[in-house]
Design a protein around this ligand. Structure first.
Ligand SMILES: [Fe+2]
Length: 192
């Protein structure tokens, strides 16, 4: 079944409209690629040449996870790209306190993780170890833990901020953190 891109109007104060709209266009490309991948694998899989070395089937299977993760990660990111400066809700305050010793300590770890990432940083609850972690992902499909549940997602690819911030990624990270829409995050945390 084909998927459709979600609509994301520019409402954030973290990045400019031009930066944001270009990023949404890139996201729409992942939606298109997901549909193209699904169609190709359904109609012309070419099973007989499947190989771990490379080739048609392996290439599309690798594209499948990369494209779908590209869709999901960007949607979660755009949804938590805010313009509010309210404080974390009680659920998230509890999470920061329990797993990091407070909001400021979590922010220090999240910021360091973001500065170290080539792709994504995600605050996630991880079920096997029953803890919250700031997870570093260098690619859409590299670095995640299978049983993690995402709470806060930041895109650290240069295409996310370079137009507005250049090499000053510290300011981008700081503005992202000070504009988080805590009502959105609190709803994500409702299951924890
Ligand atoms: Fe991105």
């Amino acid at each position: 079944m084909e998927i459709s891109a979600l609509n994301f109007p520019h409402t954030t104060s973290v990045v400019s409209r031009k930066q944001f709209d270009d990023h949404v266009t890139l996201y729409q490309g992942y939606v298109t690629m997901t549909n193209e991948t699904d169609k190709t694998l359904a109609t012309q899989p070419e099973y007989e040449t499947a190989s771990p070395t490379g080739g048609h089937f392996r290439g599309w299977k690798k594209t499948e996870t990369y494209a779908i993760d590209g869709v999901i990660l960007h949607e979660l990111y755009f949804q938590n790209l805010g313009s509010q400066t309210t404080a974390p809700g009680p659920k998230m305050q509890g999470i920061f306190g329990k797993y990091y010793g407070g909001f400021d300590k979590w922010k220090d770890d999240f910021t360091a993780t973001a500065k170290s990432a080539r792709g994504w940083v995600i605050l996630a609850y991880e079920q096997r170890t029953a803890t919250c972690r700031n997870v570093l992902m260098d690619l859409h499909d590299e670095g995640q833990i299978l049983s993690m549940y995402p709470l806060i997602i930041l895109d650290m690819y240069e295409h996310a901020y370079f137009l507005d911030y250049g090499t000053d990624k510290a300011t981008y990270i700081s503005r992202f953190l000070s504009n988080l829409p805590w009502d959105v995050i609190e709803k994500r945390a409702v299951l924890l």
